[in-house]
Design a protein around this ligand. Structure first.
Ligand code: AMP
Ligand code: MN
Ligand code: MN
Length: 324
């Protein structure tokens, strides 16, 4: 499976790029890497990138100021790229994708294995969409700014090259990317590790109020609308909480959820070894990866936890059963 990006864009005058709602580091890195590449290689085309407003930490990524978060009326694009997502999470960019002359999907979510474009480059074994973009543009197409964006995306989706989605190919790509000479230590410190005081406070609150169940094999933490409002916290302040919960010894599955509106929760799931959280999130209308997935669920927090734990328990019992 491969794809020639320049061939796909041949003759295109208007090219659009977008990623998923609540964009994370990989989504932003992949979109910006592709944006910088297409602008460089096809200077005669009008290339635009649409994303919900990126968090301030991504201010160091070249071209980030060009991101359009207003989603105004647009003539149909000749080519539109959906990155790091299927079409149902494109948010306000969804109409651009639907009306485009050619729809291209580049992604690594197992829940989107079939792809949602006319042309698809989906590899669920890839660490990140940024790694896939690098695979497509190669060393020849990359420059220092592109390298920085793609390295950032790869680092974010691999937990700084620690999660099991990290492969020899990921590290080879990362090795090539750092040869462009950007300050990767600072990039990762500033976009991945550094937290605002507010983020630290809300993380502390979530950890403090977490509850273990199923003999400590599961841990859950819930933040209500009221608590979020008290701290003035938004979705971007909550990243990383669920990974902290997963780090608890003996935890197989961590759940972090926050109230988006009355009786509606955004749920993040992480697993260590046994639980396929992509299957659970997909069952509830979301998706993701085997070890990291998400969905939105309705009901009280107790309903949501009960519904999730049924699936987790079933999988854990199955896994334990197989071993015996
Ligand atoms: P999160 O818990 O939101 O950090 O998401 C974990 C992983 O699952 C990320 O790769 C997300 O892109 C993906 N994901 C989260 N929510 C959904 C959803 N509703 N549908 C499909 N994938 C999702
Ligand atoms: Mn993502
Ligand atoms: Mn990703």
């Amino acid at each position: 499976m491969s794809m020639n990006l320049l061939e796909e864009c041949r003759g295109a005058k208007r090219i659009g790029i977008s990623g998923h709602i609540r964009p994370d580091g990989d989504c932003i890195g992949a979109c910006m890497g592709l944006y910088l590449y297409l602008k460089k290689e096809i200077p005669q085309a009008d290339v635009q990138v649409f994303l919900e407003k990126p968090a301030d930490i991504y201010g160091c990524i070249s071209g980030i100021g060009d991101v359009d978060s207003a989603y105004g009326e647009q003539e149909p694009f000749d080519v539109f790229f959906a990155l790091d997502t299927s079409d149902d999470r494109l948010g306000e960019a969804q109409p651009y994708f639907e009306k485009a002359g050619k729809r291209i999907n580049i992604d690594h979510h197992i829940s989107n294995a079939g792809g949602c474009g006319e042309k698809n480059f989906v590899d669920p074994h890839a660490s990140s969409t940024s790694e896939l973009i690098y695979r497509l543009i190669g060393k020849e197409g990359t420059d220092r700014e592109i390298a920085e964006a793609l390295y950032m995306g790869m680092a974010h989706d691999t937990g700084c090259f620690q999660y099991s989605c990290t492969s020899p190919d990921t590290l080879r790509a990362a090795a090539e990317l750092i040869s462009y000479g950007f300050d990767f230590s600072r990039l990762i410190q500033e976009t991945f590790y550094e937290k605002t005081y507010l983020q630290t406070q809300i993380l502390g609150r979530a950890l403090l109020e977490s509850i273990r169940f199923m003999d400590g094999r599961c841990v859950v933490s819930v933040l209500s609308r009221k608590t979020l409002d008290f701290y003035g916290a938004g979705p971007q302040d909550l990243e990383g909480i669920v990974s902290q919960l997963r780090s608890v010894k003996d935890v197989e599955c961590a759940i972090f959820m926050y109230e988006t509106r009355v009786q509606e929760y955004k749920v993040s799931l992480r697993s260590t070894e046994k639980v396929d959280v992509a299957a659970i999130a997909s069952y509830f209308g979301g998706g993701g990866h085997v070890r990291a997935a998400g969905c939105t669920m309705l009901g009280t927090a107790y309903d949501v936890i009960n519904n999730l734990s049924l699936h987790i328990e079933r999988q854990l019992d199955g896994a334990d059963g197989e071993k015996d």
